[in-house]
Design a protein around this ligand. Structure first.
Ligand code: HEC
Ligand code: HEC
Length: 354
């Protein structure tokens, strides 16, 4: 009996010894591992702006030190509801026609944040059940350095030249002109900037490799050219200026009238884009639905160059007129491809039973 007990005590002692040594060994491994893990976690939680500035990048022109929670709340209300409640009082609507979220998402729109392919954007929108809209997402807007690029500058010139290099001016242009509304008051603009600051990107939002993050963690050991190279590689992992190419209405002889189009993708576009604004005439008189009537109307006009032709309306939208301020923003090439228009036409054709 005694022997047996002693035996098991010995066995126990031996086991705990080996356990101890095992612990000891894994502890070394763990501490090396955890130092790196901690550094990586530290880097991941850093804002993109801080990371770029650590690599000798300039502070953003619209840089704010800290987001004020009260202003953040007002900014959020302005963007989602079109007005903010301040000191117990409801402010005036920015626009009676639109809110920002009619045309802009506030979340990431593609798996990889530098991916601009509208086909990938649709796939992602379907998987996340978000809209497919004519305006760029406001996700990451604080971390951009140019707004209203390319053809917007060419077409609208003076109206937006001040908005190209200033986020605050870009917001003002969109409040007044894109929204068919009014300029924001100073406190409202300030509130939206605080909201954007609150939503600014962190390195964890970007698809960076462990090597990039570790190099950043030890950036004080990097030379000037290495720093610049690392900064450029971080900058290219997301979008700093959304490209914008305006296209003409597709000429009749180039239209495929849905031939070879993917009707299933067309249906997704119809739901996540057109119906978002047009279902039950939400922001317009034109009431669209997934019935034969809407489809027949589009099909009847498919060969024309008027506003009821899908080829025309998507590329040109409509204009705000006096007395009728709601208008439809057009889709640039980056926001909807010609192939996607064909997909939509294929769906409409099917729905119209033609
Ligand atoms: C009716 C549609 C519409 C509404 C409403 C609207 N926008 Fe826009 N907005 C656009 C379009 C179209 C563009 C130009 C394309 C783009 O986003 O890149 C744009 C551009 C912008 C840009 C520049 C984006 C960039 O990266 O170039 C900002 C910032 C912006 N809008 C903010 C707002 C805010 C804030 C509101 C609400 C007060 C708002 N917008 C309401 C359609 C709209
Ligand atoms: C951001 C909101 C929005 C989206 C997205 C949108 N529309 Fe519109 N659309 C409008 C508004 C606003 C009008 C202007 C009509 C008015 O005066 O009320 C309009 C006008 C139109 C017209 C012209 C009506 C006329 O009588 O001239 C057609 C056709 C149309 N849209 C089809 C579409 C299709 C197809 C899609 C999807 C590819 C789409 N719209 C996406 C808001 C939108």
């Amino acid at each position: 009996m005694i022997y047996k007990t002693l035996g098991s005590v010995l066995v126990l002692a031996a086991t705990s010894l080996s356990l101890l040594s095992l612990n000891w060994r894994s502890e070394i491994a763990f501490s090396e591992h955890s130092e790196e893990t901690l550094l990586l976690a530290d880097m991941q939680s850093m804002t993109v702006e801080d990371a770029l500035s650590r690599l000798d990048g300039p502070r953003y022109a619209h840089h704010l030190d800290k987001a004020d929670p009260e202003k953040v709340q007002w900014g959020k209300e302005l963007i989602f509801e079109g007005r903010a409640k301040r000191n117990g009082k409801r402010g005036k609507l920015v626009s009676i026609h639109f809110v920002c979220t009619d045309c802009h998402n506030l979340v990431k729109e593609t798996e990889h944040p530098a991916d601009k392919d509208p086909a990938h954007r649709l796939k992602y929108a379907v998987s996340k059940q978000i809209q497919f809209l004519p305006g760029s997402t406001l996700w990451g807007i604080y971390d951009r350095n140019h707004w209203y690029n390319d053809d917007y500058v060419k077409k609208y010139g003076d109206l937006i030249t001040n908005a190209r290099d200033s986020l605050a001016n870009a917001v003002q242009v969109c409040s007044k002109y894109c929204s068919s509304g009014r300029f924001l008051e100073d406190w409202e603009l300030d509130a939206i900037m605080h909201y954007f600051k609150d939503q600014q990107l962190h390195l964890s939002d970007l698809p960076l490799s462990k090597d990039q993050l570790m190099a950043l963690a030890k950036s004080d050991q990097l030379g000037k050219t290495e720093k610049t190279a690392l900064r450029k590689s971080i900058e290219s992992s997301f979008e700093r200026a959304f490209p914008a190419t305006f296209l003409e209405t597709m000429p009749r002889d180039q239209r495929k009238y849905g031939e070879g189009g993917d009707a299933q993708k067309g249906e997704q576009l119809y739901e996540l884009s057109c119906l978002y604004c047009h279902e039950n005439g939400r922001v317009t008189y034109l009431n669209l639905s997934k019935d034969q009537l809407s489809a027949r109307m589009f099909w009847k006009n498919i060969t024309t160059y008027n506003d009821l032709s899908l080829y025309q309306i998507i590329r040109h939208g409509t204009y705000a007129k006096t007395g009728r301020k709601q208008y439809m923003p057009h889709f640039t090439k980056e926001k909807m491809s010609d192939q996607q228009i064909e997909d939509l036409v294929a769906y409409i054709k099917k729905l119209a039973k033609k």
